[in-house]
Design a protein around this ligand. Structure first.
Ligand SMILES: *Cc1c(COP(=O)(O)O)cnc(C)c1O
Length: 427
């Protein structure tokens, strides 16, 4: 089933797992921390990375490996590493190439957790981040790059600002400087956009969102495009010089296009250990089977919601990448032609208080600290996910006090619109 010419819909169902005759049709849950071998020498070779194989679930597990192979295929990448959460995936994606004294350039329109990671935790580790607007022109991006810069980071569709990143242009600036572009593709998913096709080098996800799609299992993944030339760049000694913790192994020499993702697994996952559980990988795999169907429905429902709200007297503004008047309309046509995902942001007239009252009146849409699953849900970012940010940071990531983040599910659109109408009618 590893035939790369299959369409995405087929890979979602059949990718990553190919049972031999008599084996389970469905990817089994290998609920085991460890794996048995016949000789001590075999285990020694596994530890030295001389032979591939499973030996401890922190490093690799058959169920997790199947879903990693599927997601790598969906994104058009060379390899993938699943993690315990999206935050772990982003942390590892950065720490795999950055250490104290290093620097990265990031879009300012980011998920709140990523902003905290970059502005607080990475800073404590001695890694500096320069934030630039998601539409910063080339010269501004260029001016932010320093000799110690290691990557550029952005989100395909920013959560919750819903700005769309000009992937090819930002990748161009990154590559002219010998830097990889890392893209968080959580909101778009490979069903709507594959950043690697537009020049990104690494893709990260919170699989807790649309990839699982049912709000069942926390998870994250890093996908390595396998095309970035770490050696030619000259900025990445961790990949091009010997690793003493593996008897002087050089990742780029030993693993070629898989150097980055192998290093993330055998060094960072070994040492930091935020591994995906086999049970969660099984649930994620099940969710992935319906990804294209769900993303089409999320997108059409969200467009219906956005259009409806745009014409509503009680609504001050609506932000949805699928609306004609969206700030990034041209980028949407290039990067998200098949659908713009399920999240709509809008402002209820009357500010913060009116927004809270509106949310309390909703019946179908539930107030949850989550987005991007099958059930319609609603959140007030300024008082929840982005609560730790000051007003200036809130403004920089495009969040006002009246902003409602509405995650449109795959229920019948008519029921979602009716719920919005009755909740808006209350004031
Ligand atoms: C939720 C989210 C994350 C964090 O993922 P967790 O699985 O909650 O750790 C990262 N990026 C984006 C865009 C998200 O929406």
């Amino acid at each position: 089933m590893s035939n790369p010419s299959y369409h995405l819909d087929t890979l979602c169902i059949q990718g990553g797992y190919e049972p031999a005759s008599g084996e389970p049709r469905i990817v089994p849950i290998a609920q085991s921390t460890t794996f048995k071998y016949d000789s001590a020498e075999q285990v020694g070779d596994l530890f030295d990375l001389k032979t591939p194989g499973f030996f401890y679930t922190r490093l690799a597990n058959p169920t997790v490996a199947a879903v990693e192979a599927k997601i790598a295929a969906l994104e058009g990448g060379a390899g993938a590493l699943c993690t315990a959460s999206g935050q772990a995936a982003i942390s590892y994606a950065i720490l795999n190439i950055c250490q104290a004294g290093d620097h990265l350039v990031a879009s300012s329109a980011l998920y709140g957790g990523t902003l905290n990671l970059f502005a607080v935790s990475l800073k404590k580790m001695g890694i500096a981040v320069t934030f630039v607007a998601p539409d910063a022109p080339d010269d501004e991006l260029q001016a932010a790059i320093r000799p110690e810069t290691k990557c550029i980071f952005g989100e395909t569709i920013a959560n919750p600002a819903l700005r769309v990143l000009d992937l090819a242009r930002v990748a161009g600036v990154a590559h002219r400087n010998g830097l990889p572009l890392i893209v968080d593709n959580t909101f778009a998913t490979p069903a709507l956009c594959r950043p690697l096709d537009f020049g990104a080098d690494l893709v990260v996800h919170s699989t807790s969102k649309y990839l699982d799609g049912h709000a069942c299992a926390l998870g994250g993944v890093i996908v390595d495009g396998g095309r970035f030339d770490w050696v030619a760049s000259g900025r990445f000694p961790g990949l091009t010089q010997p690793d003493d913790s593996y008897h002087g192994l050089v990742y780029c020499e030993a693993f070629g296009p898989l150097a980055y993702i192998v290093k993330a697994r055998v060094q960072l996952m070994r040492d930091l250990g935020a591994a995906a559980s086999p049970m969660n990988a099984f649930l994620l795999n099940l969710g992935l089977e319906t990804l294209p169907l769900r993303m089409a429905r999320h997108s059409s429902n969200a467009l219906a919601v956005a259009r409806h709200l745009a014409g509503h007297a009680k609504v001050g503004w609506v932000n949805y990448p699928g609306l004609d008047g969206h700030a990034d309309h041209a980028l949407v046509q290039r990067y998200l032609p098949a659908g713009q995902s399920g999240v709509v942001a809008f402002g209820v007239r009357g500010g913060r208080e009116a927004a809270m009252r509106f949310m309390n009146r909703l019946r179908l849409a539930a107030i949850v600290v989550h987005v991007a699953d099958a059930r319609t849900s609603v959140l007030h970012p300024a008082s929840t996910t982005h609560r730790q940010l000051n007003d200036e940071q809130l403004a920089a990531c495009g969040i006002g006090p009246d902003m409602i983040r509405f995650s449109v599910g795959i229920e019948h659109a008519g029921d979602i619109l009716a719920d919005l109408d009755q909740a808006l009618a209350g004031d």
